[in-house]
Ligand binder design. Structure first.
Ligand code: GDG
Length: 477
């Protein structure tokens, strides 16, 4: 008889596994843990309770066999090249992503993409059902897997199911555009507990259920039609590994690198920094426009002031991202061409991704961190910046349209659509006296250290465990 596969009391399902494939010179395949808040948080949770992670390994075609890595059982789900195109780049990133981010660019609707999304969600649900132990806790992540809760409940009514949305949940007026809006809501209502970044996101979800499904709702609860089950929707904002990142930022080599970065930029009086995935939600164009105007009005200028913009490559096969990259690179070229000086460009634009050490050094080198999204579920960069500023230096300019702003009120708040206002805020962030900035930074750091990613995971799992409903016995006649 074949030995039965092991099963786990805690199962995470996310689009990606937390590892990247590395092929050595000898052709040997190795898996390297991809750094990220979710993995770090899970490590702390899985130390006390062994767990499994179900997700795509990153290459189209056949999936590798399940394997264990650093105490986590990894269970790869295969995606074909067509599914990467239709489920991932298509439905997830070109249908849902724009709708969930205020339609900054128009959403694209294709019925084939939806079919692919359904098929992949079914496959994830089956994979989870296979590895989950009797009565396990299953934590589904993000907008790519919104049908999994109900599909899984059908396969495994014994498990407890949570879902967390890393991105915003849109107002019903925007969500209603989706031709598959009812199926998405019904997919989510298979969960016991739904977690969101902001209270407004949770409220948007509850309102969508009321208006689009005619569901009964009361405060943060939705009653599922045809059963007596209640689903709770509430805000549990994500965070960063404060302790781990602060330790990294305190390393002498990282601090030396921060000084080296400043020196190689000509030791400017004010170094401004932007770090984003190259995404239209991040407000990079608005930031560059404000900066360009400040330069052309001669209110600031190189070499005294300079801007480093790291734009990490992202979703390069989706049209809107290709277009955005072209626009940003043209703008950077124009700003440098018109307003830069020999040896002192106005913008240092970097379209790469960097190791964590380099990011921590950049954060420490920057006097002003520009976080100006038009819409962002949380924005971890804002929290990482303050975590790295153990010297209490620096100033955070933060858009009101990020989840982070709801926790980091002391930051220099901005509305990135208001270019004049954004310019004023940047100038304020530069000119506020150092001791006031230190006081602000201290308060920001306290918030993040008290609410780190480990606490986020613990709070989420406690809320899931306490979710209102274990299936209630039917009343007897
Ligand atoms: C989604 C939501 C929510 C970036 N470039 C490099 C690099 N990064 C790291 C950052 C940060 C992460 O990537 C980006 O996280 P964000 O939160 O800023 O944004 P999204 O990627 O859009 O994430 C967002 C998040 O999920 C979590 O729930 O906050 O709202 O959209 O950690 O530091 N890291 C390294 N090199 C780079 O070049 N090492």
């Amino acid at each position: 008889m074949p030995t039965p596969r092991p099963t786990y009391d805690l199962v995470i399902a996310a689009n990606r596994l937390p590892v990247d494939k590395v092929v050595g010179d000898d052709g040997e395949v190795e898996w390297r843990r991809s750094p990220g808040g979710l993995v770090t948080a899970m490590e702390s949770v899985m130390r006390s309770q062994p767990g499994a992670w179900v997700g795509w390994a990153g290459d189209a075609g056949e999936a590798p066999e399940p394997f264990d890595e650093d105490g986590i059982h990894l269970h790869p789900v295969p995606l074909s090249a067509e599914e990467v195109r239709d489920y991932y780049e298509g439905f997830s990133n070109d249908t849902l992503w724009p709708i969930y981010h205020d339609v900054i660019v128009p959403a694209t609707f294709h019925r084939e993409w939806w079919s692919s999304y359904q098929a992949v969600n079914q496959r994830f649900a089956e994979a989870v059902a296979e590895v989950a132990a009797e009565g396990a806790t299953v934590w589904v992540q993000d907008y790519q897997l919104q049908l999994v809760p109900t599909l899984l409940r059908k396969l495994r009514p014994d498990v407890r199911i949570g879902w967390f949305n890393h991105i915003p949940f849109p107002p019903v007026e925007l969500f209603a555009q989706l031709p598959w809006r009812a199926q998405l809501l019904e997919g989510l209502l298979g969960a016991d507990f739904l977690g969101f970044q902001r209270q407004a996101d949770a409220r948007n979800f509850v309102r969508a259920c009321r208006q689009l499904l005619g569901a009964q709702t009361k405060r943060d609860r939705v009653t599922v039609e045809g059963s007596r089950r209640q689903v709770r929707a509430a805000a549990i904002p994500i965070s960063v590994d404060f302790q781990g990142l602060e330790e990294l930022a305190k390393r002498p080599d990282v601090m030396a690198r921060a000084r080296e970065i400043r020196a190689s930029l000509g030791d400017p009086e004010v170094l401004m920094l932007g770090v984003d995935r190259l995404d239209y939600t991040k407000g990079i164009r608005h930031r560059l426009k404000a900066y360009e105007e400040l330069l052309s009005e001669r209110r600031i200028g190189p070499p005294e002031v300079t801007l480093v913009q790291v734009a990490t490559p992202s979703r390069e096969r989706v049209d809107a991202y290709r277009l955005l990259r072209g626009e940003i690179e043209q703008t950077v070229g124009r700003i440098n061409g018109e307003l830069g000086k020999i040896g002192a460009p106005a913008v240092h634009y970097l379209h790469h991704s960097y190791p964590r050490e380099e990011m921590a050094a950049l954060f420490q080198a920057a006097d002003v961190m520009l976080v100006t999204p038009l819409r962002d579920g949380m924005n971890l960069v804002a929290k990482e910046y303050v975590t790295c500023r153990h010297d209490l230096g620096g100033a955070l300019v933060l858009s009101e349209f990020t989840g982070a702003w709801h926790e980091l009120h002391q930051a220099f708040a901005c509305n990135p659509h208001d270019i004049e206002g954004l310019k004023q805020t940047i100038l304020r962030a530069i000119n506020t006296p150092a001791k006031d900035k230190q006081r602000i930074m201290k308060a920001l750091r306290r918030r993040v250290s008290d609410h780190d990613v480990q606490r986020w995971a613990a709070r989420y799992l406690a809320a899931l465990a306490a979710a209102p409903e274990l299936p209630q016995p039917e009343p007897r006649n």
